[in-house]
Ligand binder design. Structure first.
Ligand SMILES: Cc1cc2nc3c(=O)[nH]c(=O)nc-3n(C[C@H](O)[C@H](O)[C@H](O)COP(=O)(O)OP(=O)(O)OC[C@H]3O[C@@H](n4cnc5c(N)ncnc54)[C@H](O)[C@@H]3O)c2cc1C
Length: 452
């Protein structure tokens, strides 16, 4: 990789783009290098301000043989949105949020906006948008991968609500993508991540959700297994307004912590909300109940600062049926590692009604996503990896498919899980058409057809 760029070339780049250009040593460079969980050292960072800047940045990187990272909110668990010695297209200035048609609830989002900006902008309209659970995650990275959040069972994935996008491709073209225009790339970017270009804006349909009933219900630790099995059974038939996540915290060698069940009921009717949530409360001894009505935006929380040196290992898989036996296996296997955080997101509902081939996110027969996060530093976790793999092997017979957003160290099996064979084949053919040189490879990568 070429990290010895000629200052004259940088001066030229600065003159050609409207956004700011940073190289190592520049004032402001250092604070642009960090992601939530990774630190990079790119040769060039462009704070792009237009599609033309993006196109020029791509061309510059190709001319100088620089790897390209696209960065929206910087929450890549794998660290893809920064690099060492390459070029970063930082989209954070492309953060406009515009309600383009209130009656149709059509909203245009700049890729660099963060979800708290979106919720704040939509709230006065009585609208919300199904995103994730974290305020600072970027619109760009979440929408191209999936987007599994607090409204998922009622309104599906974030990308299920996407109706159009603007994409800058590897050759610098700006494509409008929708079911009418360039439908192939529109299919591909909905799940295919950043493999096909830099998506600079998204037009989505927002949801009429001015208020939710949201909060954490904590249960006595000794009842974790019983409550979790009951929760899984309840979520199988709960109204779709209710989305819920079980958080099984590790012991860190201490006494077991309470089981935390997060609930989010999309709606203003308190009686209906309690009808949906009360069966969970009755599953065991509630030690804390924080559920209360609030604007949807208040249900989103900032990302926690990680302790110095930590880089959690993150993997997930889907299951079509969160059975009592599977819950038992999850808890038994989690107990072999005292720093393994397990999160189970109940999904299904609207997410499963989207035809499997409608988008490049094909995991449409799923009842839950299980995420296993090995907390700590890479060095500290190294000796624990066999046990971590054993955890996933034990779950494997009941799981299939994976979500690209919750992967840190991507193995071939993870790529196969994210993109099952048929989807991968279709994506690879489109990759050959739109990015034959695999310019955009810092992602869950699809290799252009004929090149693997
Ligand atoms: C603390 C935390 C909480 C999370 N919570 C949730 C959650 O509740 N629900 C959920 O679904 N996911 C969640 N995620 C996962 C998250 O959605 C993904 O990591 C997502 O890719 C982050 O988007 P970003 O824009 O912040 O990240 P970035 O790091 O900026 O980008 C992530 C990836 O997408 C590519 N990319 C980003 N923007 C673009 C673009 N505009 N065009 C093309 N490629 C692009 C990048 O190159 C990179 O490969 C969470 C992640 C973290 C770290």
């Amino acid at each position: 990789m070429n990290s010895d760029l000629d200052p004259a070339d940088i001066a030229c780049l600065r003159a050609e783009v409207t956004g700011e250009v940073f190289v190592p040593g520049d004032y402001g460079y250092e604070e642009l290098t960090d992601l939530i969980v990774h630190t990079g050292h790119p040769a060039v960072i462009i704070l792009v301000r237009s599609n033309e800047d993006v196109a020029r940045g791509i061309a510059f990187a190709r001319e100088h043989d620089l790897e390209i990272s696209t960065r929206s909110g910087g929450h890549s668990n794998a660290g893809f949105s920064t690099n060492v010695g390459g070029l970063v297209l930082n989209l954070s200035h492309l953060d406009s949020i515009e309600v383009v048609d209130e009656s149709e609830r059509l909203v245009r989002l700049g890729a660099g906006a963060q979800w708290d900006q979106v919720t704040t902008a939509l709230h006065p309209y009585g609208l919300a948008f199904t995103s994730g659970d974290t305020t600072s995650v970027g619109v760009g990275g979440l929408l191209i991968g999936g987007g599994i959040g607090w409204l998922a069972r009622k309104y599906g994935l974030a990308l299920d609500n996407l109706v159009a996008a603007e994409v800058v491709t590897a050759d610098g073209r700006v494509l409008q993508a929708s079911t009418e225009e360039n439908p192939d790339i529109f299919w591909a970017i909905r799940g295919g991540g950043g493999n096909f270009g830099v998506v600079t804006s998204f037009t989505v349909v927002a949801q009429p959700v001015p208020q939710v009933f949201f909060g954490q219900i904590s249960f006595a630790p000794e009842e974790t297994a019983t409550v979790l099995r009951g929760w899984a059974a309840h979520m199988d038939s709960a109204p779709e307004e209710l989305t819920s996540t079980a958080m099984c915290w590790p012991t860190f060698g201490e006494a077991a912590p309470p089981l935390a069940i997060m609930v989010c009921y999309a709606g203003e009717d308190e009686t209906a909300a309690n009808l949906a949530i009360d069966p969970i409360r009755k599953l065991g001894t509630v030690v804390d109940d924080q559920v209360r009505p609030m604007p949807y935006g208040d249900a989103l929380v900032p990302a926690n600062d990680l302790p110095p040196g930590w880089r959690p290992r993150v993997r997930n898989r889907f299951t079509p049926a969160l059975t009592a036996d599977l819950v038992t296996t999850i808890l038994t296997e989690q107990a072999t590692l005292d720093n393994l955080y397990v999160e189970i997101r109940s999904i299904g509902g609207a997410l499963n009604r989207v035809p499997q081939d409608a988008t490049a996110f094909p995991h449409r027969s799923t009842q839950a996503m299980v995420m296993g996060v090995l907390l700590g530093s890479p060095e500290g976790n190294e000796p624990l990896l066999p046990a971590y793999e054993a955890f996933w092997s034990a779950l494997a017979p009941s799981m299939s498919g994976a979500y690209s957003g919750f992967l840190s160290d991507i193995l071939p099996a993870d790529v196969e899980a994210v993109y099952p064979q048929q989807v991968y084949g279709r994506l690879a053919a489109l990759k050959r058409e739109y990015d034959p040189c695999n310019v955009f490879h810092l992602n869950v990568n699809v290799v252009p057809a004929g090149q693997d």
